[in-house]
Ligand binder design. Sequence first.
Ligand code: FAD
Length: 318
Amino acid sequence: MNIIDRLNKHKGPAFSFEVLPPLKGRGISQLFYNIDKLIEFDPMYINITSHRSEMVFVSTADGLYKRISERSRPGTVAVAAAIQQKYGIPAVPHIICSGFSKTETEYALIDLNFLGITNLLLLRGDKAKHENRFVPVENGHSYACELEEQVNMFNEGFFLDGTKMDIISDSKFTYGVAGYPEKHDEAPNMDIDLAHLKHKVDLGASYIVTQMFFDNKKFYDFVDRCRAIGINVPIIPGIKPIINKNQLTVLPKVFHVDLPNELANELNNCRNNDDAKQIGQEWCIHQTRDLLSNGVKSIHFYSLNATDTVRNVVSEIF
Ligand code: FAD
């Protein structure tokens, strides 16, 4: 069942959360352990992030170093399959342009189709760490909208080279895309960013998940502006619980979001990370309650390293 039908059928407030594939070399048991903490609260779906390869230095037998390209977190498709199989709820793998050629994406779509995973989140993906702007790999996509076109073509039964599939699957992919209440950092302005978002929706995205934000007013303004230009699909707010003091400066830098004065001051006054975690949890509860009381039906939690906080929040609210 696709995500939006599932959300529409659900009575009462709903939530979802995202997990990262384990670091290369680690097993999947810790990931299941974290999911187990949240599963009893009936999440609607679980997202699995995707990570491009990065250039790293490795030592060689002769004591020198060589620079190689390595994915530290492979396995998005496999983790999605494992989660869907184990928990029986939809897994939503992130499919990204960054670091992947169109051909590799086509192979991933074939795998996903065989596995019965039909809900996707389509994204451009982060730029490589060693580059100062996003550069697609050879034969890769530059924007999420191009990825949508590839998935649409696959849904219609065509491969990249235009050949028709022998058997066209009945189970089509449905997908969501990302939106930015505080603007994507590369967009020249909000109007242009929203025009690109509208294009993604017009191409077939059935919902939008937002980047994290800490001031709900920014989300409400974003929704109003989307509606004003004819974006009518559900917009699911993404909420991140703060878990340490460092995030006061790290989150604005990495995600290009502001922290409201009240939250920033409270975090600044914390003596240690335990205090900061408590403040983060209270803020998350406050944000979630406010969103739900303003008609939001479903919340998406960025739960990286914050499973316990998310558990406390959902056990209190959902
Ligand atoms: P796009 O929609 O392609 O937009 C990127 C920029 O280009 C924007 O500034 C936009 O305005 C502009 N633009 C869009 N279309 C066009 C066009 N046709 N012509 C010119 N300009 C255009 N990153 C990962 O690497 N892995 C993940 O798993 C991951 N998960 C995420 C989940 C969520 C919910 C969110 C909000 C972000 C996630 N990210 C992830 C980060 C995301 O990939 C980055 O923010 C990336 O820089 C932008 O992705 P996008 O899909 O929004 O890009």
